[in-house]
Design a protein around this ligand. Structure first.
Ligand SMILES: [Fe+2]
Length: 254
């Protein structure tokens, strides 16, 4: 609720994340001036979990900067095909931390400027994904489940299955563009097949849930319990769409 102390909002967010894979936060910042939103969400995330500093410097080969918030914004000076973070193109389904050896649990993104049209963030539940994979490509499903694949970027890497069955449920680790070039031919082929499955059977189907963030709103999601992507959007000038993203760890008591 507007005016609610940050500690109470954080407790409610933790509780909600105990039961939901994706949480859309609405009505929290609208009563505040837009200039105050970054400080509000910074305080909220600090009060919710252990925040990580995930920012990467695009111009310097994605080295980590030590900054907490990553800018996700349209930049007219950067070619659209060079980096999804600065483009208006659709972004294929992925997890954010496929290649990070010290990942966050929950990703958190809030909106400063929404695009004039499009730009929805899309989510696919791991259970729904698994059902569809078994239904449409059962051979691939069997090959992928529990099979370790190395993902690498900017000197960091992580090896996990694209889909794993764990005691806590299905877990995902996936970014087509970050499959380690040194991976085996077989694993590259499986990644290619999984990418084609997503494009054919998941993208723009009822399996996807689209969330349009209005200015001042935010979304939090468990990075390894859903895939997420972005729909293309209309933009002309730099910063026609501008979001800030970070991530945090949560204690096991959620
Ligand atoms: Fe992402």
């Amino acid at each position: 609720m507007p005016g609610q102390p940050v500690a109470e909002v954080a407790a409610a967010l933790r509780a909600t994340l105990g039961a939901a894979k994706v949480v859309h936060l609405q009505g929290l910042a609208a009563a505040r001036p837009a200039a105050d939103w970054p400080a509000f969400y910074d305080a909220l995330t600090e009060a919710t979990g252990q925040c990580l500093h995930l920012d990467e410097n695009y111009a310097l080969g994605s080295v980590r900067t030590g900054e907490k918030w990553i800018e996700v914004r349209y930049d007219a000076a950067i070619p659209d095909d060079a980096a999804y973070r600065f483009s208006k193109n659709a972004q294929p389904l992925h997890t954010d931390e496929s290649y990070l050896s010290e990942p966050a649990d929950v990703m958190f993104m809030h909106c400063l400027v929404q695009a004039p049209a499009g730009g929805e963030t899309t989510f696919v539940d791991a259970d729904v994904l698994w059902q569809q994979l078994q239904l449409h490509v059962p051979t691939l499903a069997a090959q992928l489940l529990g099979r370790p694949v190395c993902f690498a970027k900017a000197g960091d890497s992580r090896t996990l299955p694209i889909i794993a069955q764990t005691p806590a449920g299905l877990r995902l680790n996936w970014n087509y563009h970050c499959v380690d070039p040194a991976e085996t031919t077989e694993n590259h082929a499986l990644a290619q097949q999984f990418r084609e499955f997503l494009l054919t059977h998941i993208n723009d189907t009822a399996a996807e849930v689209a969330i349009q963030l209005a200015p001042g709103e935010a979304v939090a999601w468990w990075d390894d319990q859903v895939l997420h992507g972005r729909r293309a959007f209309r933009a002309v000038a730099t910063n026609d769409r501008f979001l800030l993203k970070s991530g945090f760890r949560l204690a096991a008591d959620v």
